[in-house]
Ligand binder design. Structure first.
Ligand code: PLP
Length: 287
């Protein structure tokens, strides 16, 4: 396995950064997760655009142009000779002193890791997930924009801990007003009749690239898609519920806080989306 680290390709054992790195000290940095399907990088341009928007928003100087960095990521995938994989890009503020001041970090640390990925076991895709809502809230969009995919993932980590404590594999966060925001690393959709609903960005969800792909797919299949806030009640009483994310792809949810969703099995509409998504992942990628 070859990891890209600041201009070099190194082995896993040699892929190390300083303890003075501000990503480590303060979570000061950004990241992206991207999938490779049959050698095609899924929606790479959208991921790179989001990465560079995140960098701009937090005033992090990217050491490469978007085009050069895209080439570097492609090269890292090629060197690892994996046809199906997950790419993790991490760009931290870099090494500084113990103070917070990012202006004392002259150079960002840049890491690209490519490795195989299996997030949920296969049978969960067939059976659907049992999830809960948790006490941890999504940070307010006006405080730290959820559009920035930053290294500050503590509330998402707390969601995972609450999920473990409840003996389930994923959980949902609400925002500070009680509207449903998203999962620990995935967006939520609910299906009501012929309509798909997903929370708008201002509720506090990351604008997921899988979410955008699913919106397009659903519209193409003739469904109505609405981005509007909804509550737990709407989730409990939906016909179908599913989650989307780079790692999770499209996965049905069959129980939320003990309430059985629909018939308690992955619904027809969710399966339509999943089928179409799988057909698209290769076509939408770049080689
Ligand atoms: N929400 C959060 C908090 C995430 O970290 C992710 C994962 O990237 C998502 C949603 C899903 O976004 P995407 O489909 O771009 O992977």
């Amino acid at each position: 396995q070859w990891i890209y680290l600041n201009g070099e390709f190194v082995t896993k054992e040699n892929a190390k950064v300083s303890v003075y790195d501000h990503g480590f000290l303060y979570g000061d940095g950004i990241f992206e997760g991207i999938r490779v399907y049959s050698g095609n990088i899924f929606r790479m341009e959208e991921h790179m655009d989001r990465l560079y928007r995140s960098a701009k928003s937090i005033m992090l100087n990217m050491p490469h142009s978007k085009e050069d960095f895209t080439d570097l990521v492609v090269e890292t995938v090629e060197r690892n000779q994996l046809r199906d994989a997950y790419i993790r890009i991490v760009v931290s503020r870099g090494v500084g002193d113990l103070g917070l001041d990012p202006y004392k970090c002259p150079k960002a640390n840049v890491v690209v890791i490519v490795e195989p990925l299996a997030i949920f076991p296969k049978e969960l895709y067939e059976r659907g997930l049992d999830i809960v809502t948790v006490a941890t809230r999504r940070n307010r969009p006006d405080v730290l924009s959820p559009k920035v995919k930053s290294l500050n993932y503590l509330n998402n980590v707390l969601v995972k801990i609450e999920a473990h404590l409840a003996n389930v594999s994923e959980a949902l966060m609400l925002n500070d007003q009680g509207y449903v925001a998203e999962g620990s690393a995935d967006n939520i959709f609910i299906v009501r009749g012929n309509s798909f609903l997903t929370p708008p960005g201002y509720v506090g969800a990351l604008e997921g690239i899988t979410r955008n792909a699913v919106i397009e797919i659903a519209k193409n299949l003739g469904y109505e898609v609405k981005e509007e806030p909804f509550t737990r009640h709407d989730v409990y009483t939906a016909d179908e519920v599913f989650l989307t994310g780079t790692a999770a792809e499209v996965i049905a949810v069959v129980k939320v806080d003990g309430r059985v969703i629909g018939d308690g099995v992955p619904g027809q509409h969710t399966q339509n989306i999943l089928r179409e998504f799988r057909a698209r992942v290769v076509v939408d990628g770049i080689q």
